[in-house]
Design a protein around this ligand. Structure first.
Ligand code: HEC
Ligand code: HEC
Length: 543
């Protein structure tokens, strides 16, 4: 479809379906959405659970798979067991996202293809969602009415400005030429919660942390004309040498952050900062379809090395109830849809049915922010991104395909895989799951997948810690990121780097930053021979 046709189709779809959707919406749900609008980063139900979110989550936890009969459960247990045969590739290992895996040409578009399991209609919706993900939104009022509403404060004009070609973003600083891409590194802002009332809001899951009273939950480094941006981010790196067995050394880059050009007066002196790089978008629907029981089983199992994964329980904006956090670097969001709606609100200042404020992340202390025009149009419904368009974005974001592995049978890759198991990387980077048979979307059902994550939080030590806690995740805790597709990172975005703030320029640097619960695994890598380390990296590159 030509872009102009897509836009027309989307406008028509929005006009036809939106009215019906909002009329059918129960009053209670609307009230919840209104409540949630007060702090888009942390959706909360109208009455937070009286007990803590951790207890509420544990109490509601689904610990058994009811989607499988006993025979299938036994089969699933067998195929997801850790292998001990590294002489050849395992059955189906090549297709790391099951039947949804794509086998395209290896080029920069490799993260942008639809799941192979999508049907014809699903593919059409994917294409429409793709155009919305790529679309540059503009500020209001504008002549292109279907694309306006950006801001007043924002970090980027499009989703893909940060999720570059559906892969990860670029941090500025290593290479001055790339400074203009600074958008993809978000700065979370928080202040310590000290009052009884604030601590209670965090305890119950109503908020994840206390935002800066003026600047809110994150720094927006852009604003519409006539309004100051909140500030700009400055990064300085200090090299840190690490000696490796075999006479090699690695140089890690330790970042330090400063916010300059403050647009709304000084920040609180005790403000805490947590930088976050845009992660890749592949395979997210399949991760959503992993059964909660399988994730929670890893939280209680003994993985050796003192590794103990912790779930982050958060509020699901659709139900107002506690749900397992799965997405983002601190597992702070339960669904792809919810994180996508948060992104529209916080990162781009666009309203959706889930977070209906047209003013995005304007705080009450930024009065002039609320005086700027917004982009909601009566004939398209009451939101800048009407429900049907939001649905297309969610469909898209859950269906970016994971590419097939390369070189699974290569002797060096297999040697690296063995080292990955022996170093106990698998304690957190859990290799395999079989997704739910009753997953919400048919294209994600009952697939053997190999994401290499437990989706749980781990204490990763001082080196990676910052001060900001998010829900049950402390400043030292990070969610194990999936590793599938990681070998194609630079094929998609040659300037991409790794870890939550993009400080690691190579996969080996990413491993050498591991500390805390991962310290024993990291030390095994330091003690490997240079050839073994190279094999380990070859394995990662084959994912
Ligand atoms: C300003 C940069 C930026 C923009 C624009 C942006 N994102 Fe993100 N995105 C991020 C960052 C940073 C994270 C991780 C946040 C965290 O860890 O707290 C993220 C995380 C996500 C995730 C979770 C991925 C995972 O693996 O856990 C999804 C889904 C997502 N974004 C979708 C979107 C969609 C859809 C849009 C457009 C509506 C969008 N994003 C726009 C930076 C951005
Ligand atoms: C205790 C749990 C744990 C263990 C053990 C562990 N990891 Fe990780 N890994 C993590 C977490 C959490 C992160 C994200 C840290 C961050 O971004 O600050 C991570 C990040 C990574 C990344 C970068 C991913 C990305 O998207 O940027 C790579 C590569 C990686 N690990 C490989 C390994 C290898 C190889 C081993 C074994 C030597 C290993 N990990 C052991 C938890 C673990």
């Amino acid at each position: 479809m030509k872009p102009v046709m897509v836009a027309a189709a989307l406008a028509a779809l929005a006009a036809v379906t939106h009215g019906a959707a909002s009329a059918a919406q129960p009053a209670q749900e609307r009230a919840q959405q209104h409540e949630a609008a007060r702090d888009p980063n942390v959706p909360a139900g109208p009455s937070p659970a009286p007990q803590g979110i951790a207890e509420a989550g544990e109490a509601a936890a689904k610990r058994k798979r009811t989607d499988l009969n006993p025979k299938d459960q036994a089969r699933v247990r067998q195929v997801t067991q850790a292998t001990d045969d590294f002489s050849r590739a395992e059955p189906f290992e090549l297709m790391q996202a099951g039947a949804a895996t794509v086998r395209p040409l290896i080029n920069a578009d490799i993260f942008s293809l639809p799941s192979a399991t999508l049907d014809f209609e699903g593919r059409q919706r994917f294409q429409m969602g793709n155009s919305l993900f790529r679309k540059d939104w503009v500020s209001s009022p504008s002549s292109t009415q279907a694309s306006d509403g950006l801001g007043p404060l924002f970090n980027a004009r499009s989703c893909q400005a940060c999720h570059v070609k559906d892969g990860r973003g670029t941090v500025p600083g290593f290479d001055p030429v790339e400074r203009s891409d600074a958008v993809a590194l978000l700065m979370r802002l928080a202040v310590p919660a000290l009052t009884e009332a604030d601590l209670r809001r965090i305890h119950t899951g109503e908020i994840h942390f206390l935002p800066d009273p003026v600047y809110g939950v994150q720094l927006q480094n852009f604003a519409v004309a006539g309004l100051p941006a909140e500030g700009s981010l400055e990064i300085a790196y200090t090299p840190v040498e690490v000696k490796l067995n075999g006479g090699e050394t690695a140089t890690l880059m330790r970042p330090a952050y400063r916010i300059g050009n403050l647009g709304y007066g000084p920040m609180r002196a005790d403000v805490q900062m947590s930088p976050r790089l845009a992660p890749p978008m592949i395979g997210l629907g399949l991760l959503e379809a992993v059964h909660e029981a399988d994730i929670l089983a890893n939280a209680t199992a003994d993985h050796g090395d003192g590794v103990r994964g912790k779930p982050n329980w958060v509020i699901d904006a659709r139900t107002g109830k506690p749900a397992l956090g799965r997405f983002n670097w601190k597992a702070s969001q339960p669904t792809v849809e919810q994180q996508s709606a948060v992104a529209f609100s916080n990162d781009m200042g666009l309203s959706t049915p889930m977070f209906p404020s047209h003013y995005g992340e304007c705080t009450p202390a930024q009065a002039e922010c609320f005086k700027m025009p917004h982009g909601a149009q009566p004939h398209l419904g009451e939101h800048e991104v009407p429900g049907p368009l939001m649905d297309l974005v969610a469909d898209y974001a859950t269906n970016l395909a994971v590419p097939q592995r390369r070189d699974v049978d290569d002797a060096r890759v297999l040697a690296g895989k063995k080292l990955f198991y022996e170093a106990n990387c698998v304690a957190c980077h859990v290799p395999k799951y079989v997704t739910r048979r009753d997953a919400a979307r048919p294209e994600h059902r009952f697939q053997l997948i190999w994401p290499y994550t437990d989706m749980l939080l781990h204490d990763m030590g001082d080196g990676l810690a910052d001060d900001v806690s998010e829900g049950l995740a402390s400043g030292r805790d990070w969610r194990t990121p999936p590793l599938w597709g990681i070998g194609l990172t630079k094929t998609v975005n040659p300037n991409a780097t790794w870890l939550h703030d993009g400080r690691a320029r190579t996969l080996l640097e990413a491993v050498l930053w591991h500390g805390g619960e991962a310290q024993p695994a990291r030390d095994r890598v330091v003690n490997m021979t240079p050839e073994e380390r190279a094999d380990l990296v070859r394995f990662l590159e084959s994912l």
